[in-house]
Design a protein around this ligand. Structure first.
Ligand code: SF4
Ligand code: SF4
Length: 213
């Protein structure tokens, strides 16, 4: 028997056979993601830092994402999966959303493994979102009001660098600007009609691809 969730997903699937992000923008976001990854790798290399051997897996952290284009690009990855695999991930995502809702209702911060994790690896690595690509090494971002925000990296990286004063850092600002520009190009005038995105990856899966007017 089909659950209402499965039913809504199948309906969407029937409507959606094509790539959601137009080809030109898809190429641009893939390129941006690639450059984020390279910037991260450069800093990691300079620090001699890697996730290998880490006893933790930060994919169980609770965090949200904020752009329609990343949501849609994630779904382009989901739609390319064989149906059975897709269903498996969506079922996990639904469970994740329910479990987190119960924890939030107790006024606590959820900690649950991302539904895309398999054997400690991301199932949609090429489509993982920006925040997934930034976490680990030190990074910084200048906000539009000029305030600089610094992110010290994960606990293991902080242990590694100790109290070193000068650290290589991933500069996020230009990446964020580019992502916003892609979001604007993706949404066009629809941008003003849509609510702001503030969703976990699991919620993006459960809701299906973004419905754009
Ligand atoms: S980013 Fe840090 S905490 Fe997360 S898996 Fe890598 S080493 Fe471990
Ligand atoms: S999308 Fe991939 S990298 Fe990001 S939290 Fe999930 S499993 Fe980890």
């Amino acid at each position: 028997m089909m659950t209402p969730f499965q039913n809504s997903f199948f309906n969407r699937e029937n409507q959606m056979s094509e790539q959601i992000v137009p080809a030109e923008l898809s190429k641009k976001i893939a390129d941006l993601y690639q450059r984020m990854e390279e910037a991260y790798d450069r800093v990691a290399q300079q620090l001699d830092f890697s996730c290998q051997g880490c006893p933790d897996n930060c994919c169980d952290s609770y965090f949200q994402h904020h752009t329609y284009i990343e949501w849609a690009y994630l779904w382009d990855g989901v739609m390319a999966l064989p149906e059975e695999r897709r269903q498996e991930l969506l079922t996990r995502a639904k469970k994740y959303v329910e479990e987190c809702a119960a924890v939030i209702a107790r006024d606590e911060r959820p900690q649950a493994m991302c539904p895309l994790i398999d054997n400690s690896l991301c199932s949609l690595y090429a489509h993982r979102l920006m925040i997934c690509r930034m976490h680990g090494v030190p990074s910084a971002m200048t906000r539009p009001d000029g305030q600089v925000m610094r992110f010290p990296g994960c606990f293991r990286c902080q242990e590694l660098v100790g109290d070193r004063e000068s650290l290589p850092t991933v500069e996020r600002t230009d990446f964020y600007r580019e992502l916003v520009a892609l979001e604007v190009a993706f949404l066009g005038p629809r941008r003003n009609l849509l609510p702001k995105v503030k969703m976990t990856l699991a919620e993006m899966l459960v809701q299906g691809p973004p419905r754009l007017p």
